[in-house]
Design a protein around this ligand. Structure first.
Ligand SMILES: C[S@@+](CC[C@H](N)C(=O)[O-])C[C@H]1O[C@@H](n2cnc3c(N)ncnc32)[C@H](O)[C@@H]1O
Length: 319
């Protein structure tokens, strides 16, 4: 059981399964969608969007056709290019967020050499159930096991560090909290695993051109920036690129358990002196600027850095 309770206060409690759905020890029930084994974690009424209408999958198919015709490319090439960034291998266990009608699943299966486990989630029951149906029909003997859930990508019902990789294509700009959506993918992927996310967002140098303005008028989501500033502090090997003529940004990074670490005590040689530690943590109150200038002149006369001279004065004064 890789699912856990996403409700606040349940601390990712593991769930028990019965014929009706998944149960948490604190009484939360996540029922299976009618006639399926797909647990529903997210409330539909709270998450109404363009993908929750009855014929959402059909509308999405049409918009994908428009997309690939407009950018004069084909769906398999684009999807394979993006999925290649995940460095998938046979037998991996991976997560797809905002999986929609499952258009990526066959390419993911191919990249896993027909062996592994795919968890696909989407907040829209309409989209996800079409995805589940299509994959049962087309991929049931692919060698890869599938688990579908209706859930919110910004509050995933999965235990920490259980996936080898996570993937998201299209939909990130719609998340109520993009940073939380990325943080959730980061939480559930093992250290060393890769995350790839992409969505509409015209490259910054094209936004003000006629090309960029046409695309933004056509779809305001294209005005979004690639959310680099929303990556976790521990993200490693970060890469940003664009696909479809700079229409879609793609961010890839490796999950790690450590923020950048440096030696902050290496002294600077030169007029100012000090180190990263003294310059950042040793900030003091403002002093009389004339006194400050005198201190600078005196330090220069003595041939020592400003920090070294100031520290020597303080030490003498305080002792
Ligand atoms: C443009 S579609 C992309 C579908 C699919 N990834 C593809 O490439 O065809 C965006 C999807 O993101 C889903 N989505 C939007 N907000 C979501 C959220 N908070 N959690 C999970 N899925 C979400 C929508 O329901 C929709 O299916």
């Amino acid at each position: 059981m890789f699912y856990c309770c996403p409700e606040i206060g349940c601390n990712n409690a593991t769930l028990l399964e019965d014929a009706t759905g998944l149960h948490c020890p604190n009484g939360h029930l996540f029922p299976y969608a009618q006639g399926t084994k797909v647990p529903v974690f997210a409330s539909e009424s709270e998450n109404v969007n363009e993908y929750t209408s009855e014929n959402a999958a059909e509308i999405h198919d049409n918009s994908l056709r428009w997309l690939f015709d407009t950018f004069e490319t084909d769906e398999p090439s684009l999807r394979k290019t993006l999925i290649a960034k995940l460095d998938l291998r046979k037998g991996m266990k991976i997560l797809v967020t905002g999986a929609g009608a499952g258009n990526d699943l066959s390419y993911l299966v191919e990249s896993m050499a027909g062996e592994g486990v795919i968890f696909a989630q989407d907040i829209s029951k309409q989209m996800l159930l079409v995805g589940a149906e299509r994959s049962y029909a087309e991929l049931h003997d692919s060698g890869v096991e599938f688990f579908f859930s209706v859930s919110d990508a910004t509050n995933l019902p999965f235990l920490d560090n259980i996936f080898d990789a996570a993937y998201h294509f299209g939909g990130l700009n719609l998340f109520p909290d993009i940073q939380k959506g990325i943080a959730e993918m980061n939480r559930v992927v093992k250290f060393g695993g890769k995350i790839v996310v992409g969505d509409e967002g015209v490259a910054p140098w094209l936004k003000q051109t006629e090309y960029g303005q046409m695309l933004i008028k056509n779809n305001p989501l294209c005005a979004y920036d690639a959310p680099l500033s929303l990556l976790p502090e521990s993200a490693k090997s970060v890469k940003l690129s664009w696909e479809l003529d700079y229409y879609f940004y793609v961010i890839e990074f490796t999950v790690s358990n450590s923020a950048p670490r440096i030696n902050i005590d290496i002294p600077h040689v030169g007029k100012r002196g000090g180190s990263i530690r003294t310059r950042y943590f040793g900030q003091m109150e403002g002093i009389d600027p004339t006194l400050r200038d005198k201190l600078y002149t005196e330090a220069e006369k003595q041939g020592i850095s400003r920090v070294a001279y100031l520290e020597s004065l303080l030490k003498k004064g305080i002792s």
